[in-house]
Design a protein around this ligand. Structure first.
Ligand code: NAI
Length: 485
């Protein structure tokens, strides 16, 4: 790992390779390039400090360089220990477009060290805005401020031994270390924060829980629920990167195999479609009758996980729920030898990894591919240690679909800044309070429009009479907010 300046990446000699991939990616990311063209000249993010916690891939690098082109001062980390593309990180550092702290294969301690470093500008202060994916940066700020307040009251530091959760142990250790050096660092950071834009379903879920309890400390824009994000990235992104991850990790023939997709939300729909396209026999598990019925209408067999294992003897199991304990250690013990188990949801708790670790012997096959062997000699193949396998075992979603997601991220960051400027840089007067907001539909339609030309799509224009007849403006928005796409 190289760290000769205010950055830490795996190998700076990979930067030329990274730059070549950036050149290719830019061509596939028309939304981001249009944003650079439209907003670059006026520098709306001039001097704005933006911290990002989002998979440090080539696609994310194009987002970083877009924020930089709009004037922002950027620091970045990955939101997963396995998702960094080292050449992508190196090329960003080489170009000087952001200070990056990320490499593929971080330990949990290193992961939280990186997050803490990226929050910290050289003057010891924090950022104005965050681009978050899964909510870890937001979580660290909230927990940090909370423990600083406890410390001020009774002098007690957070105790990593107070939790069994390996991840949260690191959070507590990071905060304790910070308080020892600077008692009000996180509180000052929160005071400066103008807002966060959140990328994914799980992060939005965390934000809504905080907002409902009145505990959210700054405004948040929910980028995930832009139509041009969740109905594209979550669905078509996973349709591309799920089979990519399984194949790169195992080279297994999927045709004719029995594949179980746990959860039939946006990610589940794309995941199931990709397995069907490989001529696998696809089973779906669901708790929601509407999603279960949708799965039936697509020709999938809706079953319980227990039946998929015992009755159907399935070969591959993928979790997509954003929920926990979907595949238990008891489930895995019942599976056939060499069953493949992976997760494409945000966190690794969809599969009971800690319990599996204790119940088995682990045999590493190659990075991010292990066989966990039970005492009776049979075992399961686990992808990316139960972390999101499309980024751990492959390179995540392709540029074109991420251009949609990240154009929304750029618009959200611009909107947070604009509201702050419009309020005379007085947060209390901003149109955004400490709640979770959506971007307006007109912007969603704009993002889609920016991506049509690349595919040679030609949009039909409404006539004035037609627009009047269906009751919309000729220039959109074309649908009411209740429309579900
Ligand atoms: P969603 O809410 O649309 O879908 C989740 C589905 O799982 C729901 O239909 C729900 O009813 C179902 N579910 C919940 N508990 C279940 C259980 N016990 N058994 C079976 N089904 C259950 O959420 P979405 O957008 O599909 O996201 C799912 C996860 O994937 C989230 O953690 C999200 O952050 C993550 N994600 C990962 C991506 C990646 O590239 N790996 C991309 C986008 C999202």
């Amino acid at each position: 790992v190289e760290a000769s300046g205010d950055f830490k990446v795996a190998d700076m000699s990979l930067s030329d390779f990274g730059r070549k991939e950036y050149d290719l990616a830019e061509f596939e990311m028309p939304g981001l390039m249009a944003a650079r063209k439209e907003f670059g000249p006026s520098q709306p993010l001039a001097g704005v400090r933006i911290m990002g916690s989002l998979h440090m891939t080539i696609q994310t690098g194009v987002l970083i360089e877009t924020l930089h082109a709009l004037g922002a001062d950027v620091r970045w980390v990955s939101c997963n220990i396995f998702s960094t593309q080292d050449h992508a990180a190196a090329a960003i550092v080489r170009a000087g477009t952001a200070n990056v702290f990320a490499w593929k294969g971080e330990t949990l301690e290193e992961y939280w060290w990186c997050t803490d470093k990226a929050l910290n500008w050289p003057d010891g202060e924090g950022m104005d805005q965050i681009v978050d994916d899964g909510g870890d940066a937001t979580l660290l700020l909230h927990e940090g401020k909370k423990f600083e307040e406890t410390f001020a009251k009774d002098g007690s530091l957070p105790d990593p031994a107070s939790t069994d959760n390996a991840e949260f142990k690191c959070v507590l250790a990071t905060i304790a270390g910070s308080i020892k050096k600077d008692k009000t660092r996180f509180s000052r950071m929160v005071a400066r924060m103008v807002g966060v834009s959140e990328e994914t379903t799980t992060g939005v879920h965390r934000l809504i829980v905080m907002a409902d309890k009145g505990e959210l400390l700054f405004p948040a824009i929910n980028v995930n629920d832009c139509v041009t994000k969740s109905k594209f990235d979550n669905v078509y992104g996973c349709r591309h990167s799920l089979p990519d991850g399984i194949m790169r990790a195992t080279d297994v023939m999927l045709s004719g195999k029995k594949v179980v997709i746990c959860g039939f939300g946006d990610v589940g729909k794309g995941s199931a479609a990709s397995m069907k396209a490989q001529a696998a026999v696809v089973y779906v598990t669901e708790i929601d009758p509407i999603c279960a019925l949708q799965a039936c209408m697509e020709g999938y067999q809706v079953e319980t996980i227990e039946n998929c294992i015992k009755k159907h003897n399935a070969d591959v199991f993928i979790t997509t729920t954003g929920n926990k304990d979907i595949i238990t250690v008891e489930h895995m013990a019942m599976m056939k030898n060499n069953a493949i188990v992976g997760n494409i949801g945000h966190f690794d708790n969809e599969i009971q990894m800690e319990k599996l670790d204790k119940a088995t012997t682990r045999m590493n096959i190659k990075p991010q591919c292990d066989k966990y062997i039970f005492p009776d000699g049979h075992g399961v193949i686990i992808l990316a240690e139960g972390r999101l396998l499309n980024l751990g075992c492959a390179t995540g979603h392709p540029s074109f679909v991420m251009s949609n997601s990240f154009t929304n991220q750029t618009l959200a960051q611009l909107e947070l800044r604009k509201a702050y400027v419009d309020a005379g840089m007085d947060k209390t007067k901003s149109r955004y309070q400490n709640k979770v907001y959506l971007l307006p539909k007109a912007l969603d339609e704009k993002v889609a429009k920016l991506h049509l030309g690349q595919l040679g799509a030609v949009l039909t224009e409404l006539s004035t009479e037609q627009a009047d007849y269906i009751g919309v403006a000729k220039t959109g928005p074309y649908k009411p907010t209740t429309y579900r796409y």
